[in-house]
Design a protein. Structure first.
Length: 215
């Protein structure tokens, strides 16, 4: 059997196994998709957060821990230590988080063209939920997170995560999201590897991710 026959044979097999159609090209009969995911898993709070931190560090993210009363101080320390002077925030961000920052604060809006966001040294946002097992932070464009462009264009992203929002796995995290909302998943700073497996950071988003875990 040559390659052409092999490919065509697989296509015929796939068509045979495909669900029946309605007779309208491209429209299949509605069928129920099994969702047999493992759900409802739990871990003790400390163990869950430590797993999350382990994954974040492995992804080369910077992790900072603080009490709820020290968010502003922690964020100000990160900005000062990295000489970040022009900082963007979504309109719904809790202003108390930036109370100790005295340089240029820019409140984002949909009227600002995405290329203009390159002028920002950093962006500060909240988060919707996180997954300890994969070290993933989920953003759903909530008031304290803003539009997707705001978290992709600036070189540094400071993301505040409350420890009670950290779930064990992906199914548990997804269950906390509203399906109709736009979801961005962040697993460490943006990075990719070419065919020689050399890591290049900042290709698809921020080169630096600082995660402030509160609680």
């Amino acid at each position: 059997m040559n390659s052409r026959d092999l490919v065509l044979g697989r296509i015929r097999d796939a068509i045979t196994l495909a669900p029946p159609t309605t007779g309208i090209p491209g429209v299949a009969v509605e069928t129920e998709i099994p969702r047999n995911y493992r759900t409802g898993r739990t871990l003790p709070d400390d163990e869950r957060v430590e797993l999350f931190v382990d994954r974040l560090v492995d992804y080369k993210a910077y992790v900072h821990r603080c009490a709820a009363t020290a968010i502003a101080e922690t964020i100000a320390d990160i900005l000062a230590a990295n000489a970040l002077k022009v900082v963007g925030i979504p309109a719904g961000l809790d202003r108390s988080w930036v109370a100790d920052f005295y340089d240029e604060l820019v409140v984002d809006s949909s009227d600002v063209p995405a290329p203009e966001l390159e002028k920002l040294d950093a962006v500060i946002t909240g988060s919707a939920v996180s997954c300890a097992e994969t070290g993933t932070i989920f953003l759903d464009a909530g008031p304290d997170q803003g539009r997707r462009a705001l978290t992709l264009v600036p070189d540094t992203h400071i993301c505040v995560v409350f420890r009670e929002s950290v779930e064990v796995g992906v199914p548990e995290a997804m269950a906390k999201l509203t399906p109709e909302r736009p979801t961005t998943m962040i697993s460490g700073p943006s990075a990719t590897s070419d065919i020689e497996l050399e890591r290049v950071e900042g290709v698809h988003g921020p080169r630096n991710l600082h995660v402030v875990i509160v609680g």
